[in-house]
Design a protein around this ligand. Structure first.
Ligand code: GLA
Length: 375
């Protein structure tokens, strides 16, 4: 109960519902070191869960049949109607999406009252929405008395986003959030859905999340469009190589010889090379080889800018500035179209920060979990 954010959720619950919450659920945000737009192509990613998180404090209702949810940071209370079929564009959508995905698995919590509080800035590319999905999944599963394994938590969170919220996101964010471990990044094979721990603390260096100044816009439609372009590339390669299932299976030669439009070809080139960079970066991280990490970050950023076209001038400028101010590695992180960059700098050699910057993040100590307040 010590953390300010947990206390805030607890206090807002008491003020809103006149009693103590019975359960507290918590899930961290994440930053992706490398492997961008590879997860939904069944490739590799290398994210780490961080020391910022989302908290859900709540209880079953006493007499009330309706469920209600409060967003402490917005000062708003909404009713949660699980039978809704259309998202309304508010925080309630996440709860409805998660409840529906749990319902598909036969997990049905009783009516509830709950409060969300968070110290993860939204629109920064730190996956505040997946963290919320995971915290809600843990909370609802507890209310229903159901045990749910981390991989299933991740799949429920992804289903909530894909089917209800309307973003066709991959497994990376909920997977790393549901499996977060202190001090580690996870190299995730997004086809096998298996994560391998990679130590992510580098002695003498800090990871920093620096904001581009552009809160992510257009992300949903552009993101879904990128997915469709990758599928177009796969379909073209499959004409000659029917065994191919995803861009994960495709070589650069196969993309070059396929009959394909230029846009889809460039998207595929990015994905194929980015998968290789994940493997190389994992090795470099294990050796604490910051020079190689710097080179791989630079290649990844250029590829996201020129081939995948998900960067923007403000992100490019922030990366250039961080490098000029002493970062040994810097690149945009997350889906793109604004949000943040990730920089690696020697202790004391800090790029200048602005008000929007998250600043130094460390590979979490905050494991996802749900606990009873009275224990
Ligand atoms: C978003 C999605 C992830 C992933 C990244 C891009 O964060 O939620 O699944 O596709 O974009 O790497």
């Amino acid at each position: 109960m010590s953390h300010a954010c947990v206390r805030r959720a607890h206090d807002v619950f008491e003020r809103s519902f006149g009693r103590e919450p019975e359960w507290i659920a918590r899930a961290p945000g994440r930053v992706n070191l490398i492997g961008e737009h590879t997860d939904y192509n069944e490739g590799f990613v290398l994210p780490m869960a961080i020391d910022r998180f989302v908290v859900v404090a709540g209880s079953p209702t006493i007499h009330e049949k309706r469920s209600r949810l409060v967003a402490a940071d917005l000062g708003e209370m909404r009713e949660v109607d699980v039978t809704r079929t259309v998202a309304e564009g508010s925080f309630v959508d996440y709860a409805i999406g998660v409840l529906q995905a749990l319902g598909d698995r036969g997990i049905e919590p009783p009516p509830f009252e709950a409060v969300i509080a968070s110290n993860l800035p939204r629109g920064s590319g730190l996956s505040s929405s997946a963290a919320l999905d995971v915290a809600l999944t843990l909370f609802f599963a507890r209310l229903a008395g159901a045990e749910i394994a981390p991989l299933d938590v991740a799949l429920v969170a992804q289903a909530a986003e894909n089917r209800f919220v309307g973003v066709q996101c991959g497994i990376m964010d909920p997977f790393v959030i549901a499996h977060g471990r202190d001090g580690c990044a996870l190299k995730i094979d997004c086809r096998a859905m298996v994560g391998e721990e990679v130590p992510a603390r580098i002695d003498g260096f800090d990871w920093q999340v620096l904001h581009s100044g552009v809160v992510r816009a257009l992300a949903k439609s552009e993101y879904n469009q990128r997915r469709a372009e990758c599928e177009r590339a796969v379909a073209a390669v499959r004409a000659r190589h029917p065994e191919v299932r995803a861009l994960r299976d495709v070589s650069i030669e196969e993309i070059e010889e396929a009959t394909l439009d230029d846009v889809a070809r460039r998207r595929a080139r990015h994905v194929i090379a980015e998968n290789e960079r994940v493997v190389a970066c994992e090795r470099a991280l294990r050796r604490c080889d910051v020079t190689t990490i710097g080179r791989l970050f630079a290649e990844s950023h250029a590829s996201l800018r020129d081939l995948y076209e998900v960067s923007c001038p403000e992100l490019d400028e922030r990366v250039a500035r961080a490098r000029a101010e002493g970062a040994v590695a810097a690149r945009m992180t997350g889906a793109g179209f604004g949000g943040s960059i990730l920089a690696l700098s020697a202790n004391g050699v800090r790029p200048r920060t602005t008000g929007l910057d998250v600043g130094i993040v460390s590979p979490t100590g905050v494991e996802p979990r749900c606990w009873r307040t009275r224990d």
